[in-house]
Ligand binder design. Structure first.
Ligand SMILES: Cc1cc2nc3c(=O)[nH]c(=O)nc-3n(C[C@H](O)[C@H](O)[C@H](O)COP(=O)(O)OP(=O)(O)OC[C@H]3O[C@@H](n4cnc5c(N)ncnc54)[C@H](O)[C@@H]3O)c2cc1C
Length: 577
């Protein structure tokens, strides 16, 4: 036992002092995540800030390869090579003469693709297919109105662009005879007003996550919306694609945070009042959320904010198996325990997370400790948080600890430290995709939500579909899942999968298409949604009718047509072509 104790002591102090050999466990300040990341400072062909990297632990990469086999890196074209393929802009002089509009090739290239798997293939193969003909950077609602009027006059397609972090093909122009103008909202990035009495903050819709919180923090307030893409994604994108932040349990999804605002549509301005509640007919606020750029452009948005919490903590607990973990989540949310987040990794994800997020010595110490405390390879990791005043947090933690104990949890100093390590490094995880890509390991995710009653079956079906989707090629796909957003009636399921790059980009894309199709079919059964948080875009559009029904699609389409009769706003997205 003393040997185990000494292992734990070493691991605890190495985690606590971020002394690690794989650069994985750094506090948020050291992630270089600043208040605003201009697009020129981001990778043109991958995720995030060019100055931030994330290494993968050798034993983490080895674990993935033990599932999928030996891998080989795909070649990547250079920026200069792709720039040579950008065609001449088709925008009329009336547009290009505007100060707000750029037809610079690199600007167009940087607004041509998002972050979906097909986008990564396009960016690395150089086969972008289509570029916007120009990119506008409006600074006001008036500028956006002018741009939409000119777009009508010159029959342009318009694509609203927030942070470009879409993972479902939301902002990609498609081939067609009409020139494409992308309207990038990055210059509308300021806090315009803070109504402290009503706790409503008005922002430019192009404000990115860190800039939202930095500007609110200056007044002692917080929005509390933290999608994993927080570093680059924007208020307008969150509202238009109905996003969900990691602490949705405490702060609510974007639906709870968005109070109202200004939507500039091809038919005029729609003002959505920020009234707290109303029985005056269908809710325009709800109707415009999730319109994915097809109804118009949000220019200013009013957000429900709250004072900064007195205390915020993140912790980890391990439970003997999935069933026990799931019960803890369900009972905590249905029992109204005031937590800010709950996230449960299944056994495969727990093992992978322990490999990817630790050094070999930390991994050995944590695994030995958990084994000594009676946990087997079925163990699951539960990450949870509280955010509020100290008394409220204390009560929530007391109630939650009781529930954890009833279900056989293992907690200790080391698991507490794992919680803060997770919180400090949470926005750095997306950087791992590029690191794995360079090793020929392809990674993507698939997410849905369903009722508690269906959770297990849905997870099993989704994982099975993904894992067996390349069987006819003799390829293995590694998949694991976590629950990351919980509700009284159900939860979201988020599956991460890894597969090998094929001989070239086109063959690799085909592999991904098979996996995506199999996963999408596993939810198109009426019991789960095609997306809990990533939205529909182009990639999920073919599966939407299975969820909404023919009449549901017709109603949505009619509503969009009433605001955009000429179908110039992001056509093909959401409803499909
Ligand atoms: C690494 C990574 C992690 C992610 N994690 C999460 C997560 O935890 N939770 C989550 O919900 N999503 C997540 N996403 C998905 C993505 O970040 C969200 O869909 C986000 O809401 C997109 O915001 P954006 O500002 O980047 O919008 P964009 O990608 O630029 O656009 C998305 C859609 O919104 C429209 N749009 C953008 N701005 C406006 C506007 N002002 N007015 C009208 N329409 C507009 C666009 O036309 C498009 O249809 C993740 C993505 C990545 C790459």
């Amino acid at each position: 036992m003393s040997k185990i104790k000494s292992l734990i002591c070493k691991a605890t102090s190495s985690l606590a002092t971020k002394n690690n050999d794989n650069n994985n466990l750094e506090p948020i300040q050291e992630n270089n995540i600043t208040a605003n990341t201009p697009i020129e400072q981001t990778r043109w062909n991958g995720w995030g800030n060019v100055n931030i990297n994330k290494k993968v632990s050798t034993h983490g990469a080895k674990l993935i390869k033990s599932h999928i086999g030996k891998t080989k890196k795909l070649p990547s074209v250079s920026l200069q090579e792709v720039l040579k393929t950008v065609p001449k802009s088709r925008l009329p002089a009336a547009m290009t003469e505007l100060e707000t509009v750029s037809i610079d090739n690199e600007v167009r290239l940087r607004h041509a693709r998002g972050q979906s798997f097909p986008d990564w293939i396009a960016m690395h193969s150089g086969d972008f297919e289509v570029f916007p003909d120009g990119v506008a950077h409006p600074q006001s609602t008036d500028d956006v109105e002018t741009l939409l009027k000119l777009a009508k006059e010159h029959d342009l397609i318009v694509i609203p662009f927030g942070g470009g972090t879409s993972v479902a093909g939301h902002i990609n122009p498609k081939k067609g005879s009409r020139p494409v103008l992308t309207i990038a909202m990055s210059k509308m990035d300021q806090l315009i007003d803070l109504d402290v009495e009503s706790q409503i903050a008005t922002f430019g819709a192009g404000t990115q996550g860190p800039a939202v919180e930095a500007q609110l923090d200056a007044h002692g307030y917080r929005l509390g919306h933290y999608p994993q893409s927080w570093e680059l994604s924007t208020l307008g994108g969150w509202i238009a694609a109905r996003s969900s932040g990691q602490q949705s349990l405490g702060y609510g999804r974007i639906e709870q945070l968005f109070a109202g605002g200004t939507l500039v549509t091809p038919q005029g301005i729609l003002n959505i009042a920020d009234i707290p509640a109303s029985s005056a007919g269908p809710d325009l606020r709800e109707m415009m959320m999730g319109t994915e750029g097809r109804a118009g452009i949000f220019t200013t948005v009013k957000m429900r904010v709250q004072p900064q919490p007195e205390q915020e903590l993140f912790k980890v607990a391990f439970l003997p198996n999935w069933e026990a973990g799931k019960e803890v989540l369900r009972q905590a949310v249905q029992g109204n325990i005031q937590l800010s987040m709950l996230r449960l990794s299944n056994a495969v994800e727990t093992d992978a997370h322990l490999h990817l997020g630790t050094t070999p010595s930390q991994f050995l110490a944590i695994s030995t400790y958990l084994k000594a405390r009676g946990l087997s390879s079925d163990k699951v990791m539960l990450t949870y948080g509280v955010s509020g005043d100290k008394a409220q947090n204390k009560l929530a933690l007391t109630q939650f600890n009781k529930l954890l104990k009833q279900h056989g949890s293992v907690t200790g100093k080391i698991t507490d430290i794992m919680g803060s390590v997770w919180a400090h490094g949470r926005f750095k995880f997306p950087y791992l995709r590029g690191t794995l890509w360079d090793k020929g390991i392809m990674v993507d995710t698939f997410e849905t939500a369903t009722n508690w009653k269906n959770i297990d079956e849905q997870m099993q079906q989704m994982q099975q579909a993904v894992q067996t989707s390349l069987a006819n090629e003799g390829e293995n796909v590694m998949a694991f899942t976590h629950i990351s957003h919980v509700y009284k009636q159900g939860a979201s399921l988020y599956t991460t999968y890894f597969f090998r790059a094929a001989k070239d980009h086109a063959a690799t894309l085909k592999r991904w298409q098979k996996i995506k199709h199999a996963a999408s079919l596993s939810v198109a059964n009426g019991k789960a949604t095609i997306s809990h948080q990533h939205g529909v875009g182009r990639d999920h559009a073919p599966y939407l009718a299975a969820e909404k029904g023919k009449l549901g699609i017709q109603v949505t389409n009619d509503m969009l047509k009433s605001l955009d009769p000429e179908q110039r706003m992001n056509p093909g997205v959401l409803i499909g072509d």
